[in-house]
Design a binder for this molecule. Sequence first.
Ligand code: C2O
Ligand code: CU
Ligand code: CU
Length: 532
Amino acid sequence: CGSKCKCTPKNQCGSKEANPPKMILSKFVDELPILPVLKPRWKDQFHTYYEVNMTEFRQSLHSELNDTTVWGYEGSYPGPTIEVESGEKVFIKWINNLPDKHLLPVDYTVHGAHVDVPEVRTVVHVHGASVEWESDGYPEAWFTKGFKQVGPYFRKQIYRYDNDNRACTLWYHDHALGITRLNVYAGLAGFYLIRDHRERLLNLPSGKYEVPLMIQDKTFNKDGSLYYPKQPEKPVPELETSIVPEFIGDTILVNGKVWPYLKVEPRKYRFRLLNASNTRFYRLKLDSGQLFYQIGTDGGFMQHPIGVKEITLAPAERADVIIDFTNLEGKNIIMTNDAPAPFPTGDPPDENTGTVMQFRVILPLSSVDTSVIPAYLMPLPKIKEQSASKMRYLTLNDNMDKYGREFMLLDNKQWDAPITENPKLGSTEIWYLINLTTDTHPIHLHLIDFQILDRRDFDVEKYKKEKMIHYTGPAMPPEPQERGWKDTVRANPNQVTRIIMKFGPYTGLYVWHCHILEHEDYEMMRPYIVIR
Ligand code: C2O
Ligand code: CU
Ligand code: CU
């Protein structure tokens, strides 16, 4: 169809009919929003209780743009940051107060996920959290406004989070089956930070010197509204429906502002970087040539900080970093992106999508910077390969249905196929992610954190014929920036990526999926069950 997507001629991905008039907005004219921290409704020594309303409202995303209608939690896009202590018992009532009609084009049916309820479905997942399954935001545990209609797995209105994670940077976002890409794109995402006592002993930059940064791409219509590719008004009989194979926006936002700037003091800052985009990957750099001192991965602190020139983030990946602006008074530093989209074989970014935000070192130092980049952070016990009781060989594959629609699957199975991944509570497994496609897929498992063992090139064509892995290169260790607790891993094309994890502490029904939201919605997601 002439755009970047790789759709077959039969697919109408919508990008040709609906190229929006481009909005060229100026860079670095708006200040970075500092996200509000959510206040509990009620708190005692045993529990903390929050209520979170999902609503539609208008918000300024750039000063040259009309206000944009977005969705958010508690009237804020991105949602307010939820900050909890490790081990704190938290209850959250997630309330759907969204309008009856979706803000974005919804297709009538999606394979395995029949979007036949007129009201907007939502369900909230805290990404990276260790949670009982009834509170994990199972994609079919959706509910509509006022809980008028609920999905087949709806369990309760008030979710329970025991927060038995170590200190880490998590995020919450919508997870409703078949429309996650639309709900998240409309604005339903926020940070969820877990803190602990050991983190406080590290003396990292904190308070106003600790800033979460949520990076997303969007495309705007001239009137300021959000653009998302359209699907046909009615299902086309022979196509049933068309799909949007991926979404790549032309504008970059951080914390809900287009190309913002942040005024900083000449001292150290801690930034929690999150890629909350639908499809786009980022390879972040500082145009001053400075290093990021990475201190954490998806699931918490690394053993030692590492100095890196660039940070790659697939959708849903996080990096906890320190940037040192000491002695840089008067300097403007731009955070840039040079990751191709789609990743890794798409077009390189242009001057717009290659720009993320700007740091202006213009504030006077308000007090001496006593924070440190500790030489040692946290112990990081390696999960031993010998402790694994099961290996699973799982393919990521292209698939074409009888209508000629192309979409990707996990282990060649759609969402509705019987559950095949059924690890035992407390057992350790190694999963071989065998990528037979040409994309990198960020594969995410709910409930647990894993460690990346290695990646290894193999012969894809031979695999397709013989169903046997023929390696063509040596096993490569994870990149330095991935040597920590992970919940999302980049599975590259032509490679087998191996991850290791111990399942627990809960039994129940969870999911694993590709975190490219268009892939996830179109069947690149599978349930899995932890059994006793
Ligand atoms: Cu970020 Cu299944 O989620
Ligand atoms: Cu998750
Ligand atoms: Cu994918």
